[in-house]
Design a protein around this ligand. Structure first.
Ligand code: C2E
Ligand code: MG
Ligand code: MG
Length: 577
């Protein structure tokens, strides 16, 4: 054994040897070349009780990946004449452990430079750090990478693809029917299903692929090298097949399926944000067109005919540059004309190019997936702003925010809404969400669950552009709706148009019987206002009572109209044609 073969040649070495037995977990005396001259008994027991360490280099006890680090540390200790420290793994006889090794150079009795390397076993601490790192980057439920690690990996995939010229694909999956399982059988069963789903997906992917869980029942996979449509479809078919097998949980055989969307670098996007958004769009398309299928993103199919490619490209930069803002249009009491609240309307102000109307960019944002981000921002910003209006006005106001179909389907919607309320301090009943009839009809089960959760927080639901969508009235009974916004199309020819008058009256009467409040949209003149007020429409919104305004202008208007006008009764008593 080494301790026996190397009898200390001087008093210094004898003293050193006994000191070494008492020091750290592993202790080596090394030549300046890193050869082991002496190892403490404890070290030998730990490393390999049956083997001599004589003439072994310290680096041979270390896994190849850590060898350079050790060599550098020894070199530095000799050159700087200061202790040098390094964390490395060492192959002990029954495990690979982490050591913090401190090397100190000295001159021995014969004048030669030697090194003393003392190591402390830090495997426990290292394991804790690793666990913490793992927790921050992985989903607790499935153990898969989370959104943050996915984002790192996507960044790396983009960098690597740029370097090597080899593309990759991003695949977004969402389980169909998961919500039903969760609602019917509870979260523990839902959680188990998600865990098994994660395992099944992981099983069919290669080692080089990354699978992440990015929220709720949504997963994303990065597939390096898979760029052909046929390759992606093969993987997708396997994913769909494995998800269609029954999930046996707590005696139930549960069935779900999965809708998949894919986008490929560089054809469908060269940035992480674009690829994710496009894969997501394609996934929604898969859901809308029958579920349990894979749709690959396609620029032509996914964009409106009037689509302007450069506008879309600019939109991604605009989000980063903060070019979006909100205007606030007053909603007034039809009788007193007092401002009761505001509708927040989004604007895109392009530097030097001017304003892009929402009619143009909202559908685009719906398509490319940016709407979730923009919508979440609008919701929070509007709540915070209206709280400021309220403070300035010294009375309660409410805010109405448009919610797009895509946003409404997003799993994080409730969290975003809760954040907006908490952040602003507004109370639930002061927020109204404007949705269209189409949202309710496309996935009534999801809509019912979400609307119930929303109204449990006292937040009100308004049907925007009422009368222009589906003509089914059944949903007014089924869903907790608070407000109908009568579309401008029925207002603009009032009071002359007999037909529009009849439609408005029917809507107002329906609302009265169902105890819903009503807002007339697009009121442009006094005659329209008078007519609507007399027919019992509670609230008015339109250029006549206030255009959409920047926050400062809206604030000014609020102050000017602080006191309600003295006499409004004459308007209301006029006879109506
Ligand atoms: P909307 O929710 O029905 O909003 C009312 C639209 O009517 C606004 O158009 C408003 O400026 C306009 N308007 C108001 N009063 C009058 C009037 O007296 N006469 C006329 N001719 N028009 C009037 P805008 O701001 O161009 O918005 C268009 C649509 O874009 C909105 O229709 C809404 O569907 C969508 N939108 C706007 N902001 C957002 C948003 O933050 N999120 C989502 N998802 N959609 C939004
Ligand atoms: Mg609206
Ligand atoms: Mg509207």
């Amino acid at each position: 054994m080494l301790s026996g073969t190397d009898s200390p040649r001087s008093v210094e070495h004898t003293q050193l040897a006994s000191l070494m037995e008492a020091a750290g977990d592993v202790v080596f005396r090394l030549s300046s070349e890193g050869e082991i001259l002496y190892a403490s008994k404890r070290t030998i027991e730990m490393m390999d009780p049956g083997r001599s360490l004589a003439e072994t280099r310290l680096t041979s006890l270390v896994p190849p990946a850590d060898r350079l680090a050790i060599e550098l540390a020894l070199k530095q200790a000799i050159e700087s004449q200061q202790p040098s420290r390094v964390n490395v793994r060492m192959n002990t006889h029954n495990a690979i452990l982490w050591f913090e090794l401190q090397a100190t150079a000295y001159v021995n009795a014969s004048g030669a430079v030697e090194l003393l390397a003392v190591g402390r076993d830090i495997s426990g601490q290292h394991a804790t750090e690793e666990r913490l790192r793992h927790m921050a980057t992985h989903d607790v439920l499935t153990g898969l990478p989370n959104r943050s690690l996915l984002s790192d990996r996507l960044g790396m995939a983009v960098a690597q693809a740029r370097r090597t010229g080899k593309g990759f694909s991003v695949v977004a999956l969402d389980l169909d029917g998961f919500k039903k399982v969760n609602d019917a059988l509870g979260h523990p069963v839902g959680d188990t299903l998600l865990r098994i789903a994660g395992e099944r997906l992981q099983d069919i992917l290669r080692d080089v692929d990354t699978l992440a869980r990015v929220g709720g029942d949504e997963f994303v996979a990065i597939l390096p090298g898979a760029v052909e449509e046929s390759e992606i479809q093969i993987v997708a078919r396997r994913m769909i097949a494995t998800m269609q097998l029954p999930f046996e949980i707590q005696g139930h055989a549960l069935y779900v399926s999965t809708s998949i969307g894919a986008a490929t670098y560089p054809q469908h996007g060269e940035s992480e944000v674009k690829l994710l958004a496009h894969a997501d769009s394609a996934m929604y398309r898969a859901k809308e067109t029958g579920k349990a299928r894979c749709v690959i993103y396609n620029d032509q199919k996914f964009t409106a005919p009037e689509h302007d490619v450069s506008l879309e490209a600019a939109m991604f930069d605009a989000v980063r540059n903060g070019e979006f803002l909100l205007h606030y249009q007053p909603i007034v009491d039809a009788r007193t004309r007092q401002i009761m609240g505001f509708e927040a309307l989004m604007r895109w102000m392009r530097p030097e190019l001017g304003m892009v109307p929402p009619i143009q960019f909202i559908p685009m944002a719906e398509n490319n997936g940016l709407i979730s981000l923009l919508g979440a921002w609008a919701l929070k910003a509007a709540c915070v702003q209206v709280r400021r209006f309220e403070e300035a006005a010294g009375r309660e106001l409410y805010v109405s925010v448009n919610v797009s179909p895509r946003q409404f389907r997003n799993d994080q919607f409730l969290d975003v809404m809760d954040d907006a309320l908490t952040l602003s301090g507004l109370r639930g009943h002061q927020l109204s969400l404007e949705i269209t009839e189409g949202i309710l009809m496309s996935d009534p089960e999801h809509a019912e669950a979400l609307l119930t959760a929303i109204s449990a927080r006292d937040v009100r639901i308004a049907i925007d552009d009422f009368g222009t969508g589906y003509s089914s009235l059944a949903y007014l009974k089924r869903f907790p709706i608070a407000t109908l916004k009568i579309d401008r199309a029925f207002i603009k020819d009032l009071p002359e148009s007999v037909k529009d008058g009849a439609i408005c009256n029917v809507v107002l009467s329906l609302a009265r019987h169902l105890q819903l409040s009503t807002i007339a949209e697009g009121v442009e003149n006094e005659r329209q206002l008078e007519y609507l007020a007399t027919q019992g429409c509670g609230l008015i919104q339109g250029f006549h009572t206030g255009r959409p305004l920047l926050p400062e202008a809206a604030m000014k208007l609020l102050k000017e109209r602080a006191a309600p006008p003295l006499s409004i009764e004459p308007h209301l008593t006029k006879s109506i044609r």
